[in-house]
Design a binder for this molecule. Structure first.
Ligand code: GLV
Length: 326
Protein backbone atom coordinates (compact mmCIF):
# COMPACT_ATOMS: atom_id res chain seq x y z
CA UNK A 1 0.00 0.00 0.00
CA UNK A 2 1.33 3.45 -0.91
CA UNK A 3 2.53 5.50 2.07
CA UNK A 4 0.13 8.34 2.82
CA UNK A 5 1.77 11.73 2.32
CA UNK A 6 1.63 14.09 5.31
CA UNK A 7 -0.56 17.19 5.15
CA UNK A 8 1.35 20.46 4.86
CA UNK A 9 -0.62 23.51 5.97
CA UNK A 10 0.51 26.98 4.80
CA UNK A 11 -1.08 29.91 6.62
CA UNK A 12 -0.93 32.49 3.81
CA UNK A 13 -0.84 32.84 0.04
CA UNK A 14 2.78 32.43 -1.16
CA UNK A 15 4.53 32.65 -4.54
CA UNK A 16 3.91 29.46 -6.51
CA UNK A 17 7.64 28.98 -7.13
CA UNK A 18 8.13 28.61 -3.38
CA UNK A 19 5.28 26.13 -2.99
CA UNK A 20 6.16 23.87 -5.94
CA UNK A 21 8.73 21.69 -4.08
CA UNK A 22 6.14 21.01 -1.38
CA UNK A 23 3.63 19.54 -3.82
CA UNK A 24 5.58 16.29 -4.19
CA UNK A 25 6.34 15.69 -0.52
CA UNK A 26 2.93 16.21 1.02
CA UNK A 27 -0.70 17.09 0.55
CA UNK A 28 -0.62 20.84 0.37
CA UNK A 29 -3.34 22.98 1.88
CA UNK A 30 -2.92 26.78 1.65
CA UNK A 31 -5.02 29.41 3.47
CA UNK A 32 -6.46 31.25 0.49
CA UNK A 33 -6.10 34.83 1.66
CA UNK A 34 -3.67 37.63 2.41
CA UNK A 35 -5.40 38.13 5.77
CA UNK A 36 -4.27 36.09 8.78
CA UNK A 37 -6.06 32.78 9.26
CA UNK A 38 -8.34 32.74 12.32
CA UNK A 39 -7.18 30.79 15.34
CA UNK A 40 -10.26 28.60 15.10
CA UNK A 41 -9.61 27.65 11.48
CA UNK A 42 -5.94 27.08 12.19
CA UNK A 43 -6.66 24.72 15.08
CA UNK A 44 -9.17 22.86 12.93
CA UNK A 45 -6.66 22.50 10.07
CA UNK A 46 -3.96 21.27 12.44
CA UNK A 47 -5.90 18.14 13.54
CA UNK A 48 -4.26 16.18 10.71
CA UNK A 49 -1.28 18.39 9.74
CA UNK A 50 2.29 17.05 9.76
CA UNK A 51 4.11 20.22 8.66
CA UNK A 52 3.10 23.84 9.24
CA UNK A 53 4.44 26.85 7.33
CA UNK A 54 3.53 29.79 9.58
CA UNK A 55 3.92 33.58 9.76
CA UNK A 56 4.81 35.88 12.69
CA UNK A 57 1.09 36.56 13.09
CA UNK A 58 0.38 33.01 14.30
CA UNK A 59 0.90 32.18 17.96
CA UNK A 60 2.44 28.71 18.19
CA UNK A 61 2.01 27.61 21.80
CA UNK A 62 1.07 24.62 23.94
CA UNK A 63 -2.63 25.07 23.25
CA UNK A 64 -2.02 24.95 19.50
CA UNK A 65 0.25 21.93 19.84
CA UNK A 66 -2.48 20.14 21.82
CA UNK A 67 -4.62 20.43 18.67
CA UNK A 68 -1.86 19.15 16.39
CA UNK A 69 -1.04 15.54 17.34
CA UNK A 70 0.70 14.77 14.03
CA UNK A 71 2.75 17.98 13.78
CA UNK A 72 6.48 17.33 13.31
CA UNK A 73 7.83 20.60 11.89
CA UNK A 74 6.95 24.31 12.04
CA UNK A 75 8.69 26.48 9.44
CA UNK A 76 8.20 30.09 10.55
CA UNK A 77 8.57 32.49 7.62
CA UNK A 78 10.56 35.10 9.57
CA UNK A 79 13.95 35.43 11.17
CA UNK A 80 12.31 36.28 14.53
CA UNK A 81 10.35 33.57 16.34
CA UNK A 82 8.99 35.29 19.43
CA UNK A 83 5.54 34.11 18.24
CA UNK A 84 6.65 30.55 18.97
CA UNK A 85 7.02 28.83 22.34
CA UNK A 86 10.27 27.06 21.41
CA UNK A 87 10.59 24.96 24.62
CA UNK A 88 7.01 23.69 24.08
CA UNK A 89 7.94 22.49 20.57
CA UNK A 90 11.21 21.01 21.75
CA UNK A 91 9.48 19.09 24.59
CA UNK A 92 7.25 17.44 22.01
CA UNK A 93 10.06 16.79 19.54
CA UNK A 94 8.68 19.25 16.98
CA UNK A 95 11.31 20.98 14.83
CA UNK A 96 11.21 24.76 14.42
CA UNK A 97 12.96 26.51 11.53
CA UNK A 98 13.25 30.22 10.67
CA UNK A 99 14.51 32.24 7.68
CA UNK A 100 17.78 33.95 8.67
CA UNK A 101 20.16 35.54 6.18
CA UNK A 102 17.83 35.96 3.22
CA UNK A 103 16.22 39.12 4.63
CA UNK A 104 19.30 40.81 6.09
CA UNK A 105 20.02 43.39 3.38
CA UNK A 106 16.37 44.27 2.77
CA UNK A 107 15.75 44.82 6.48
CA UNK A 108 18.93 46.91 6.75
CA UNK A 109 17.68 49.04 3.83
CA UNK A 110 14.43 49.68 5.67
CA UNK A 111 16.24 50.47 8.92
CA UNK A 112 18.32 53.06 7.11
CA UNK A 113 15.19 54.41 5.44
CA UNK A 114 13.66 54.93 8.90
CA UNK A 115 16.75 56.84 10.08
CA UNK A 116 16.74 59.08 7.03
CA UNK A 117 12.97 59.43 7.05
CA UNK A 118 12.67 60.67 10.63
CA UNK A 119 15.82 62.81 10.48
CA UNK A 120 14.64 64.62 7.34
CA UNK A 121 10.95 64.70 8.35
CA UNK A 122 9.80 62.75 5.31
CA UNK A 123 6.44 61.57 6.70
CA UNK A 124 5.61 65.01 8.03
CA UNK A 125 6.62 66.72 4.78
CA UNK A 126 4.53 64.38 2.68
CA UNK A 127 1.49 64.86 4.92
CA UNK A 128 1.85 68.64 4.54
CA UNK A 129 2.10 68.48 0.76
CA UNK A 130 -0.96 66.22 0.47
CA UNK A 131 -2.92 68.49 2.81
CA UNK A 132 -2.27 71.50 0.55
CA UNK A 133 0.10 73.01 3.15
CA UNK A 134 3.32 73.08 1.11
CA UNK A 135 5.80 74.94 3.31
CA UNK A 136 7.19 77.68 1.03
CA UNK A 137 10.98 77.45 0.66
CA UNK A 138 12.66 79.58 3.24
CA UNK A 139 16.01 79.28 5.02
CA UNK A 140 14.53 78.15 8.30
CA UNK A 141 11.56 76.15 7.10
CA UNK A 142 11.32 72.38 7.47
CA UNK A 143 14.83 71.86 8.75
CA UNK A 144 15.87 68.37 9.69
CA UNK A 145 18.97 66.69 11.06
CA UNK A 146 21.99 65.37 9.16
CA UNK A 147 22.52 61.64 9.14
CA UNK A 148 25.97 61.83 7.56
CA UNK A 149 28.82 62.19 10.08
CA UNK A 150 26.39 61.52 12.98
CA UNK A 151 26.90 58.85 15.66
CA UNK A 152 24.89 55.67 15.22
CA UNK A 153 24.32 53.37 18.20
CA UNK A 154 23.15 49.86 17.38
CA UNK A 155 21.63 47.78 20.18
CA UNK A 156 21.96 44.19 18.96
CA UNK A 157 24.66 43.98 16.32
CA UNK A 158 23.90 40.69 14.57
CA UNK A 159 23.54 40.08 10.86
CA UNK A 160 21.09 42.94 10.25
CA UNK A 161 22.95 45.31 12.57
CA UNK A 162 26.21 44.64 10.69
CA UNK A 163 24.46 45.37 7.38
CA UNK A 164 23.20 48.68 8.84
CA UNK A 165 26.73 49.48 10.08
CA UNK A 166 28.07 48.79 6.59
CA UNK A 167 25.62 51.31 5.12
CA UNK A 168 26.61 53.80 7.85
CA UNK A 169 30.20 53.74 6.63
CA UNK A 170 29.00 55.23 3.35
CA UNK A 171 27.49 58.07 5.37
CA UNK A 172 30.77 58.63 7.27
CA UNK A 173 29.06 57.81 10.55
CA UNK A 174 30.71 56.81 13.79
CA UNK A 175 29.21 53.46 14.79
CA UNK A 176 28.81 52.32 18.40
CA UNK A 177 27.14 49.09 19.38
CA UNK A 178 26.03 47.20 22.44
CA UNK A 179 25.76 43.40 22.58
CA UNK A 180 26.12 40.99 25.46
CA UNK A 181 28.87 39.25 23.48
CA UNK A 182 31.38 41.34 21.53
CA UNK A 183 31.14 41.11 17.72
CA UNK A 184 34.86 41.13 16.87
CA UNK A 185 34.21 40.75 13.14
CA UNK A 186 32.12 43.92 13.08
CA UNK A 187 34.76 45.72 15.13
CA UNK A 188 37.57 44.72 12.78
CA UNK A 189 35.79 44.85 9.42
CA UNK A 190 33.31 47.68 9.97
CA UNK A 191 35.08 49.80 12.58
CA UNK A 192 32.22 49.48 15.10
CA UNK A 193 33.03 50.23 18.74
CA UNK A 194 31.53 48.25 21.63
CA UNK A 195 30.26 50.47 24.45
CA UNK A 196 28.09 49.88 27.50
CA UNK A 197 24.40 50.62 27.19
CA UNK A 198 24.53 53.97 29.02
CA UNK A 199 27.36 55.24 26.80
CA UNK A 200 25.49 54.16 23.69
CA UNK A 201 22.30 55.91 24.80
CA UNK A 202 24.15 59.05 25.87
CA UNK A 203 26.39 59.48 22.83
CA UNK A 204 24.29 58.32 19.86
CA UNK A 205 22.41 60.63 17.52
CA UNK A 206 20.49 57.59 16.26
CA UNK A 207 19.75 54.68 18.59
CA UNK A 208 18.73 51.67 16.52
CA UNK A 209 17.12 48.67 18.21
CA UNK A 210 17.76 45.32 16.51
CA UNK A 211 17.68 42.76 19.33
CA UNK A 212 15.26 39.80 19.23
CA UNK A 213 12.26 39.99 21.56
CA UNK A 214 12.70 37.83 24.68
CA UNK A 215 11.78 38.18 28.36
CA UNK A 216 15.12 40.03 28.83
CA UNK A 217 14.52 42.55 26.02
CA UNK A 218 10.81 43.27 26.64
CA UNK A 219 10.60 47.03 27.39
CA UNK A 220 14.38 47.28 27.18
CA UNK A 221 13.76 50.90 26.17
CA UNK A 222 11.56 52.70 28.68
CA UNK A 223 11.66 56.00 30.59
CA UNK A 224 15.13 55.57 32.21
CA UNK A 225 16.74 54.70 28.86
CA UNK A 226 14.93 57.46 26.95
CA UNK A 227 16.09 59.93 29.63
CA UNK A 228 19.69 58.98 28.92
CA UNK A 229 19.34 59.89 25.23
CA UNK A 230 20.23 63.34 23.93
CA UNK A 231 17.25 65.66 23.28
CA UNK A 232 18.50 65.86 19.69
CA UNK A 233 18.62 62.07 19.24
CA UNK A 234 16.28 59.71 17.39
CA UNK A 235 15.12 56.20 18.30
CA UNK A 236 14.59 53.62 15.55
CA UNK A 237 12.89 50.28 16.26
CA UNK A 238 13.19 47.75 13.45
CA UNK A 239 13.04 44.66 15.69
CA UNK A 240 9.84 43.97 17.67
CA UNK A 241 7.33 46.44 19.14
CA UNK A 242 7.32 45.31 22.79
CA UNK A 243 11.08 46.05 23.11
CA UNK A 244 10.08 49.73 23.45
CA UNK A 245 7.59 50.86 26.12
CA UNK A 246 5.00 52.74 24.01
CA UNK A 247 3.73 54.93 26.88
CA UNK A 248 7.24 56.03 27.83
CA UNK A 249 8.02 56.69 24.17
CA UNK A 250 4.88 58.77 23.69
CA UNK A 251 5.75 60.91 26.74
CA UNK A 252 9.36 61.39 25.60
CA UNK A 253 8.29 62.43 22.10
CA UNK A 254 5.49 64.68 23.32
CA UNK A 255 7.82 66.44 25.79
CA UNK A 256 10.63 66.62 23.20
CA UNK A 257 12.88 64.68 25.60
CA UNK A 258 14.15 63.07 22.39
CA UNK A 259 13.90 64.49 18.87
CA UNK A 260 11.92 61.72 17.23
CA UNK A 261 11.25 58.04 16.71
CA UNK A 262 10.81 55.85 13.65
CA UNK A 263 9.08 52.51 14.11
CA UNK A 264 8.67 49.56 11.77
CA UNK A 265 7.15 47.61 14.65
CA UNK A 266 4.77 48.69 17.38
CA UNK A 267 3.04 47.45 20.52
CA UNK A 268 0.30 46.55 19.82
CA UNK A 269 0.45 45.57 16.20
CA UNK A 270 -1.46 46.65 14.18
CA UNK A 271 -1.32 50.07 15.84
CA UNK A 272 -4.89 51.45 16.08
CA UNK A 273 -5.47 54.62 14.04
CA UNK A 274 -6.30 56.53 17.24
CA UNK A 275 -3.06 55.59 19.01
CA UNK A 276 -1.53 58.72 20.62
CA UNK A 277 1.81 58.10 18.87
CA UNK A 278 0.08 58.85 15.56
CA UNK A 279 -0.82 62.36 16.74
CA UNK A 280 2.87 63.28 16.91
CA UNK A 281 4.74 64.73 13.94
CA UNK A 282 8.05 63.54 15.39
CA UNK A 283 7.00 59.89 15.11
CA UNK A 284 7.27 57.98 11.84
CA UNK A 285 5.44 54.64 11.75
CA UNK A 286 5.41 52.05 8.98
CA UNK A 287 3.49 48.74 9.14
CA UNK A 288 6.15 46.05 9.86
CA UNK A 289 7.66 46.03 6.37
CA UNK A 290 11.34 45.38 7.17
CA UNK A 291 11.64 42.38 4.88
CA UNK A 292 8.87 43.43 2.49
CA UNK A 293 10.44 43.42 -0.97
CA UNK A 294 9.19 41.07 -3.68
CA UNK A 295 12.54 39.33 -4.00
CA UNK A 296 13.11 38.92 -0.28
CA UNK A 297 9.62 37.68 0.54
CA UNK A 298 10.03 35.12 -2.26
CA UNK A 299 13.39 34.04 -0.79
CA UNK A 300 11.86 33.76 2.70
CA UNK A 301 8.96 31.66 1.43
CA UNK A 302 11.35 29.46 -0.53
CA UNK A 303 13.62 28.89 2.47
CA UNK A 304 10.65 28.07 4.72
CA UNK A 305 9.40 25.57 2.12
CA UNK A 306 12.90 24.11 1.68
CA UNK A 307 13.05 23.45 5.42
CA UNK A 308 9.83 21.46 5.24
CA UNK A 309 10.81 19.62 2.04
CA UNK A 310 14.19 18.63 3.48
CA UNK A 311 12.68 17.43 6.76
CA UNK A 312 9.94 15.40 5.08
CA UNK A 313 12.47 13.69 2.85
CA UNK A 314 14.58 12.68 5.82
CA UNK A 315 17.27 15.34 5.43
CA UNK A 316 18.43 18.00 7.87
CA UNK A 317 16.45 21.23 7.35
CA UNK A 318 18.84 24.08 6.40
CA UNK A 319 17.96 26.53 9.20
CA UNK A 320 16.72 24.80 12.37
CA UNK A 321 16.16 26.81 15.56
CA UNK A 322 16.05 23.78 17.90
CA UNK A 323 18.45 21.34 16.15
CA UNK A 324 18.59 19.20 19.28
CA UNK A 325 15.28 17.54 18.33
CA UNK A 326 16.58 16.36 14.94
C1 GLV B 1 10.07 39.77 10.54
O1 GLV B 1 9.75 40.56 11.35
C2 GLV B 1 11.02 38.74 10.76
O2 GLV B 1 11.36 38.43 11.92
O3 GLV B 1 11.47 38.15 9.78
Amino acid sequence: MARQLPKIYVTRQLPEEALTPLRTCGTLSVWASDQAVSRETLLHELRDTGALLSMVTERIDDDLLDHAPQLRIVANMAVGYDNVDVPALTRRGVVLTNTPGVLTETTADLTFTLMLGIARRIGEGERRVRAGQWPVWSPFVFLGTDVHHATLGIIGLGRIGAAVARRARGFDMRVLYHNRARNKDAEEQLGCTWVDMDTLLGESDFVVVLVPLSPETRQLISTPQLKKMKPTAFLVNAARGPIVDPHALYAALRDKAIAGAALDVTDPEPLPADDPLLTLDNCLVVPHVGSASIATRTRMATLAAENIAAFLSGQRPPTPVNPEVL
